[in-house]
Design a protein around this ligand. Structure first.
Ligand code: 5AD
Ligand code: SF4
Ligand code: FES
Length: 366
């Protein structure tokens, strides 16, 4: 496609006089060769000057793979009967949190499938209180447990959860309805309402999308970036879509972009988001590493500033497979931890040990 150099020139000279619109972004997402390199370099500069070349860690605890939903892309969807379901005991979750605290990670993420029940609300509330207690209130805790009631979100916030990740998956409601069952449990509007609710309650809110979904266009991806800007998010996690053999979307695998293209476009998405929202936190997601062994490192060089080493107790890791080829499923927490330090140094970044590493955006908004 023909590249409109007027669009990248503001990136080249360094100043963005007018905000990037959907048409600009649609073009920029498709840049190749030297022009793409210029854009990635620009994102690296923005990162260095706005948030510094520091990578903050979030120890990821995938504490339950039980889920009531049936997202068409996800390996742990309810109808996948080949999955061995597990919920890590409170004792083991707290031991993993203590590990992160002792290793000076600064923060952890408690992630699970979606379960809405009084017992689940209570479990997470209890864990938050205990994690705060075992770390003298020092360990930051991000939650990623899907759509919940306002009351549950409030209870978790009061118990010490201060960040929440809930991906919109795609900002196009029509595409959303193609990759989810069409029922009240999988409602686009509900997802957006939850994001707004989380912000209202006072969480730092993270969202994100998958890149390279069937039926997804560059316009959709451009609108995803604008959606995040409009919502004024604090954090973002975006990754390439990777088909999982035990899911309905696997049938469409022949229509997908090649993996390498999904990787490159994800890298472009991260770079453009860094340019559009210079002071937010952006994760280098594990799905990037499933395509390219150095995938996360490449994206740290061009905009991302958050890594999420897996500290889920080893025996469960193999059962939290959202997509095929998920890395780090055979390692122990110690393997990931030592590996991460080496990897971050490879990118000429430093690890922000012992810090919460909150999004600067959140601090400014107050
Ligand atoms: N490929 C890539 N990402 C996936 N997720 C779920 N299934 C897949 C897949 N097949 C992502 C979704 C979800 C997050 C926890 O994992 O974006 O929000
Ligand atoms: Fe459940 Fe999340 Fe997977 Fe959907 S993407 S099936 S909500 S774990
Ligand atoms: Fe898990 Fe490298 S991050 S082994």
């Amino acid at each position: 496609m023909e590249i409109n150099s007027n669009i990248i020139s503001p990136l080249v000279v360094g100043g963005l006089n007018s905000p990037l619109g959907a048409r600009d972004l649609t073009h920029l997402l498709q840049l190749e060769g030297e022009e793409r390199k210029t854009m990635l370099r620009k994102a690296a500069e923005v990162k260095a000057s706005e948030v510094g070349n520091v990578v903050y860690l979030r120890g990821l605890i995938e504490f339950s793979n039980c889920c009531v939903k049936n997202c068409m892309y996800c390996g742990i969807r309810l109808d996948n009967k080949t999955v061995q379901r597990y919920t890590v005991s409170n004792e083991d979750i707290l031991a993993a949190a203590k590990y992160a605290y002792d290793k000076n990670f600064g923060s952890i993420v408690l992630q699970s499938g979606e379960i809405e029940s009084p017992a689940f609300t209570e479990k997470v509330e209890y864990l938050l209180q205990e994690i705060k207690a075992l770390s003298n209130g020092e360990l930051g805790v991000t939650l990623s447990c899907g759509e919940q009631s306002e009351d549950t979100y409030r209870r978790w916030f009061l118990a010490g959860g201060h960040r929440y990740l809930l991906r919109i998956e795609t900002s196009n409601p029509e595409l959303y309805s193609k990759i989810h069952p069409n029922d009240a449990l999988h409602s686009f509007t509900k997802r957006v309402d939850c994001l707004k609710l989380l912000k209202k309650i006072g969480y730092q809110v993270g969202t994100g999308v998958m890149v390279g979904l069937p039926f997804q266009t560059f316009e959709d991806l451009a609108n995803d970036l604008l959606f995040m800007k409009e919502l004024d998010i604090d954090m973002c996690g975006m990754g390439p879509f990777i088909e999982h053999v035990d899911t309905p979307l696997y049938q469409l695998k022949d229509q997908l972009w090649p993996l390498q293209k999904r990787f490159e476009v994800t890298q472009n998405m991260v770079a453009l988001l860094r340019i559009m929202m210079p002071d937010i936190n952006i994760a280098a997601t594990t799905a990037l590493q499933a395509i390219d062994k150095l995938g996360r490192e490449k994206v740290i060089r061009t905009g991302a500033n958050i890594l999420m080493p897996n500290i889920t107790p080893g025996v469960y890791r193999n059962s939290y497979k959202l997509y095929d080829n998920k890395p780090c499923t055979d390692e122990s927490a110690d393997d990931c931890t030592s590996c991460i330090d080496v990897r971050v140094h490879l990118t000429d970044n430093e690890v922000g040990y012992g810090k919460w590493g909150d999004s600067k955006r959140f601090g400014k908004r107050g």
